[in-house]
Design a protein around this ligand. Structure first.
Ligand code: GLU
Length: 300
């Protein structure tokens, strides 16, 4: 698919560990509105690599629900599980160039280091073994990340988390690697997603450097919390969006994203709501904090 004249390519990249719920609708809608307002493309990628966590049928539910909401994507949907050879090619290259190494430390071995990798296998030159993890080397340089909404970050990866895992011991490609390889391959220029991923951004910026790829712009939207303060997530079994109530869900999402949609749109068809929202999208209205202050009450 040729790049749009605007040069903007955005995406929504859900993990099918559950159905589309209100929290993921906010990320989908914000990324959609930002892409459409910039006359950009909006791609859809299913991040289904963590197979034990995949919920059968969740990917189809996500596609169907986005469609019912009028959130139509551009081009074919990509499933990461069909792209394994691309991730392995990158890993082979990094191993060969000594940018990555095999590690056979067990969780138990690492426990005492409080989540920071102590460098145990850095110099050990362990031979290739499918039951070893693969880590990328990091250094002392400060990684700085800017965001259109959140405060800038400056992180020294060698202090925390140290050389990090890009292929797990169970052979599963780590999210950090797959997301960057795919965003680079798909030419994504703008990443709009939940602020729970702010933490991952410095590691991902490191991988962009290893791939010599231009870095995207970021907009991390605040997270939705349940009344007890937990993130509103698929894992918590939050209520899936019901396609039959697409206009009401969409309207509620626009309100939650602080877009102040006019009340007469409340029962309007989704395409009318979206036309208004694209023309009036103002991400700066979102609270500049990793979490929404308003607590979303109606979660079962
Ligand atoms: N697949 C991730 C999730 O559903 C999102 C990845 C991203 O937007 O970078 O939480």
């Amino acid at each position: 698919m040729p790049a749009p004249d605007s040069g903007y390519i955005g995406r929504f990249a859900p993990t099918p560990s559950g159905h589309l719920h209100f929290g993921s609708l906010l990320a989908a809608l914000a990324s959609y509105l930002d892409a459409r307002q910039h006359e950009g493309q909006w791609l859809l990628r299913i991040e289904d690599l963590d197979t034990p966590r995949n919920l059968p049928g969740a990917d189809q539910h996500i596609l169907h629900t986005l469609d019912a909401l009028g959130l139509h994507w551009d081009g074919p949907v990509i499933w990461q599980s069909q792209r394994l050879e691309h991730y392995h090619a990158v890993l082979d290259d990094w191993l060969q160039r000594d940018l990555a190494f095999y590690c056979n430390c067990s969780r138990q071995d690492l426990k005492t280091f409080g989540g920071v990798y102590p460098g145990t296998c850095r110099q050990r030159q362990l031979p290739a073994d499918p039951s070893h993890a693969i880590r990328v080397r990091v250094d002392e340089r400060l990684i700085t990340a800017t965001d259109r909404l959140q405060a800038p970050l400056a992180i020294c990866l060698s202090a925390d988390p140290g050389d990090f895992v890009v292929r797990r011991r169970d052979g599963i490609i780590a999210y950090q690697l797959a997301v960057v390889v795919d965003d680079v391959m798909q030419g994504v220029t703008d990443i709009v997603r939940g602020a729970d991923l702010l933490d991952s951004t410095p590691r991902q910026l490191w991988l962009y450097q290893l791939l010599s790829a231009p870095i995207p712009r970021y907009l991390h939207i605040p997270l939705m919390l349940q009344q007890d303060g937990d993130k509103l997530s698929k894992r918590l079994g939050s209520t899936p969006i019901n396609s039959d109530q697409a206009p009401a869900s969409l309207f509620h999402a626009l309100q939650t994203l602080a877009q102040q949609p006019p009340t007469e749109l409340a029962n309007a068809p989704t395409n009318e709501q979206l036309d208004w929202a694209i023309a009036n999208w103002q991400p700066q209205r979102l609270p500049a904090a990793p979490q929404f202050n308003e607590i979303y009450p109606s979660v079962s």
